[in-house]
Design a protein around this ligand. Structure first.
Ligand code: C2E
Ligand code: CA
Ligand code: CA
Ligand code: CA
Length: 278
């Protein structure tokens, strides 16, 4: 709080701590961000067991004129609470599919596009319709799209969640459970949902070689995924040692700084051009 003598105005209530102040500034700036085109997408490759790129994950980036670059880990939760995630999420989905279609038109090799979807966005009654609409608008094959949902959502309302997922799966859209293992989802739920992919939370990969039992956990999740006939992606693979280990544990798909950092569309395009020439 600003206090410069008796008559000065306090800009913030004294009870408002620094974190809350920052949050309210972020929220205020976020309100205008869509309209002024302050968002972009970066793309991070996913690799298969042969080391080939098999997908890109679209990751939202926000550079505000006042605040500079703000991490999605900070602004996504604010957008959720402020009710801004629905229009922002719609923009992300449309932009990722638009980009996919542009690469496709250029004759570049087609790899899947993975897009993060927030629980609030998924909960909207018109969510399935909006996905179908965006796919047809861009002429994108449904099976080239994978929606990443967190465990948090998966456990909320099993029947509605399952029905919506099934409607998407019926059209060919793939569903990934993101950050698997970080939350509290019951396996019984997972078995009842038509998901395609499990993404093992980065925390487990980070612990490999440091924390007793980490490799058994990663091995167990991988075995579980395979038992359910799901693809399994190890997230946050940063070292050759981690890559060797997750592959040894049977996890064929990987995503992480070691094999590819998130980058702007041009960087992803260059990656696709290299695939073309292999
Ligand atoms: P996420 O969906 O788990 O995305 C992966 C995050 O891990 C990304 O962070 C990525 O840059 C980072 N990452 C990838 N490889 C490595 C690695 O080897 N080491 C480390 N330390 N990190 C790695 P980012 O882009 O900062 O995004 C953070 C989170 O924000 C995402 O986590 C996701 O939950 C959320 N997010 C990002 N974009 C969107 C979006 O468009 N919509 C929604 N709803 N959420 C998004
Ligand atoms: Ca994700
Ligand atoms: Ca994740
Ligand atoms: Ca995450």
């Amino acid at each position: 709080a600003k206090q410069r003598g008796k008559n000065t105005v306090q800009f913030y209530a004294p009870s408002m701590n620094l974190a809350a102040q920052r949050r309210s500034v972020v929220e205020r700036r976020l309100r205008g961000a869509l309209d002024c085109g302050a968002f972009t997408l970066h793309y991070q490759p996913q690799h298969d067991a042969a080391g080939d790129v098999c997908a890109f994950e679209a990751l939202l980036r926000w550079t505000d004129p006042e605040l500079g670059a703000v991490s999605p880990a900070e602004f996504i939760p604010v957008a959720e609470d402020a009710g801004l995630i629905v229009p922002i999420g719609a923009w992300v989905l449309n932009e990722a599919c638009r980009q996919w279609a542009q690469w496709h038109r250029e004759g570049l090799p087609s790899v899947r596009m993975a897009v993060n979807v927030s629980p609030t966005q998924f909960a909207r009654e018109d969510f399935v319709a909006s996905v179908v609409d965006i796919l047809s608008r861009h002429g994108m094959a449904a099976w080239q799209l994978e929606l990443e949902l967190t465990e948090q959502l998966v456990v909320q309302d099993i029947q509605t969640t399952a029905a919506k997922m099934q409607a998407l799966r019926d059209r060919g859209v793939r569903i990934a459970v993101d950050d698997f293992g970080s939350g509290h989802s019951a396996l019984s739920y997972l078995m009842r949902l038509p998901v395609s992919t499990l993404k093992i939370d980065r925390a487990f990969i980070r612990d490999l070689g440091h924390v007793d039992g980490a490799s058994r956990v990663v091995g167990a999740i991988t075995a579980l995924a395979h038992a359910l006939e799901l693809d399994v992606v190890a997230e946050g693979v940063e070292t050759a040692e981690q890559l060797r280990e997750v592959r040894g544990l049977g996890c064929e798909f990987t995503q992480g700084y070691l094999l590819g950092r998130p980058g702007p569309a041009d960087q992803a395009r260059a990656t696709l051009l290299r695939i073309d020439g292999r």
